[in-house]
Design a protein around this ligand. Sequence first.
Ligand code: BEZ
Length: 212
Amino acid sequence: MSLRLGDIAPNFKAITSIGEIDFYEYLGNSWGILFSHPADYTPVCTTELGKTALLKSEFEKRGTKVLALSVDPVDKHLGWINDINETQNCSVDFPIIADNDRHVSELYGFIHPNASATATVRSLVIIGPDKLVKLIITYPASTGRNFNEVLRVLDSLQLTAHYSVATPANWNHGEDVIVVPAVSTEDAQKKFPKGLNIVKPYLRYTPQPNID
Ligand code: BEZ
């Protein structure tokens, strides 16, 4: 199945490195990130899982729970986690799904047969508290993810979920945002008391509303 933005993220039960989980129960009302890896004991994935563990407080700050997945079995995950902790100076405590039967990979479209018949691609899905898919990014096996970008998109998604704004190219937390076209300038002046910078009638900036 191919998953698209706005779809309901399918629930599943899975064996993971921390035991059996029900995905929705694990997420609760949090945001979620589910990301797939081509295989255990691979170098790029080792750095990615290490980076995810080291960013634990950043994900917690954003009320976000993470889960990784590969199609290797749980005993292999456990041995690999020791290596990740040793080489990346971290402590992996988020679950890594052992998707030996590819149940979750197929639900989420993580197997791309023209890339590899057996291994999952390097995909990442952000899921909102409403369980809807908010972002899907897929990288080739040879390119490690940019976790600054993952955090940046989370910031944008969490901001735009609560305010009638969008974030411009290369935006980072703290920078000016764009008032969405659906809001009239008259209403925007009331909604955004920090002020508007009207460059064009359709291009109106305002300071990020949820910070002092
Ligand atoms: C890796 O995760 O390190 C990797 C996986 C497949 C091909 C190349 C690198």
